[in-house]
Design a protein around this ligand. Structure first.
Ligand SMILES: *Cc1c(COP(=O)(O)O)cnc(C)c1O
Length: 408
């Protein structure tokens, strides 16, 4: 764990990773190795005894992973204290993808007969992991509207085997937000742990550990990497003993470890997290205001607008509004396709959190295979466009949106 204490986020992301290495490399070396050597049996024994497994075998840890893990732990704990008023210490585990990190989270906390409660609006992969894999492993999955705190409490009481509540706020792609602090307070009185998917907000905008969370999860593929250059997932916990024992063990046994090159890309990407997020967020606020006043647009879904149903919760727990939005075109599916095809600056792609603006049309792309009635129930209407706002110069974004909206 890094002992350094920095006032600002950019200093954290630039200086947490250890610069000490045998060859004085300025950037973190890429330790492309499966195994690590011992000078003697005694040295080997010492390493096996210690909790730092990062110099034995790469599935158990690797110095390049450690540098990324310590940076993310420093971000999520920045300026936070524990119950005793001491600086909060976190343990992070880097994985090959968000899905791999979530697998470790669920399997190290849940077994057959346990119940997992979550919000009904989740990233598709999280929901499928619960309803396909966890269900087959004997875990009871309950998806409700956890914004209804009475419903949440009644559900916990009716299901005494509840072990974990998993939250995702803001949710991808609906942008629904749930009250982390209120839910953690209820969970604590019933001895239930809470994990929070902080992918869309990033630790720059929201720190779930400050609000009572036990675990924080990231698809670091998104804003943390920031450049769309690799997949990564990270699982963080504040129970250091648990993180070093069962959670680490499950992580190592399930085998969803990262690799040194991707970890290096993540370290490089995170260095500019703060300045990227500032630009992402200011661009998104401007794009939302522009779209709201455009005659071709029926509705804009962005937590920064007072019309968003979860605007109050989002404003309370995030420093600024996350740079993800969706909007509904008046012309339905035809307008949606014409608009997307006419874009010249924005990138046509799924995913989110890259430096360039990503635009997708869920009805003809991600949700194409889902029957129309069903996807409309989840809020994926015919003319819905999803936009992850990038860091382009705003004037170019507005000009591109204007010309593309002119084509429908
Ligand atoms: C992308 C994403 C995931 C899954 O992460 P991968 O890195 O694609 O495995 C989980 N949660 C959210 C909110 C995501 O956006």
């Amino acid at each position: 764990m890094s002992k350094k204490k920095f006032k600002g986020i950019s200093t954290v992301t630039l200086h947490t990773a250890n610069h000490e290495n045998d060859n004085f490399s300025h950037t973190t070396p890429i330790y492309a190795t499966s195994t690590f050597t011992f000078n003697s049996t005694d040295e080997g024994m010492e390493r096996f005894k210690g909790s730092d497994k990062s110099r034995i075998y790469t599935r158990w840890g690797n110095p390049t992973f450690t540098a990324a893990e310590e940076t993310i732990a420093a971000l999520e704990s920045h300026n936070l204290t524990n119950e005793k008023g001491e600086p909060l210490v976190l343990k992070a585990l880097l994985h090959a993808s968000g899905q791999a990190a979530m697998t470790t989270l669920f399997f190290s906390n849940l077994s057959a007969g346990d119940t997992l409660i979550s919000h009904y609006s989740l990233y598709g992969g999280s929901q499928e992991l619960m309803q396909k894999v966890l269900v087959e492993a004997g875990v009871n999955i309950i998806l409700i509207d956890v914004r209804d705190l009475n419903l949440l409490e009644t559900t916990i009481k009716a299901n005494p085997a509840t072990k974990l509540i998993h939250l995702e706020t803001p949710a991808n792609p609906t942008l629904q937000c749930v009250d982390i602090e209120a839910i953690c307070t209820i969970a604590k009185t019933h001895g239930v742990k809470v994990s929070v998917d902080n992918t869309v907000a990033t630790p720059y905008l929201q720190q779930p550990f400050a609000l009572g969370a036990d675990f924080v999860f990231h698809s670091a593929t998104k804003f943390l990497n920031g450049h769309g250059s690799a997949l990564h997932g990270v699982l963080l916990g504040k129970d250091i003993e648990l993180m070093h024992t069962k959670v680490w063990k499950w992580h190592a046994l399930l085998g969803g470890n990262s690799n040194a090159f991707d970890a290096y890309l993540l370290i490089q990407g995170m260095k500019t997290l703060e300045i990227r997020m500032e630009r992402h967020c200011s661009n998104a606020a401007k794009v939302a205001a522009f779209l709201e006043n455009h005659t071709a647009v029926e509705k804009v879904n962005y937590t920064g607008l007072a019309t968003h149903p979860d605007h109050a919760i989002a404003s309370k727990q995030m420093k600024q509004h996350a740079p993800l939005l969706s909007f509904e075109l008046k012309g339905g599916i035809t307008a949606g396709k014409k608009f997307i095809d006419a874009l010249e600056v924005c990138t046509r792609a799924v995913s989110l959190g890259t430096v360039d603006t990503l635009v997708s049309h869920p009805a003809s792309m991600t949700h194409y295979g889902i029957p129309r009635e069903e996807r409309i129930k989840y809020g994926i209407t015919d003319g819905l466009i999803r936009m992850s706002v990038g860091i382009e110069n705003y004037e170019d974004l507005e000009a591109d949106l204007t010309q593309a909206l002119g084509h429908i």
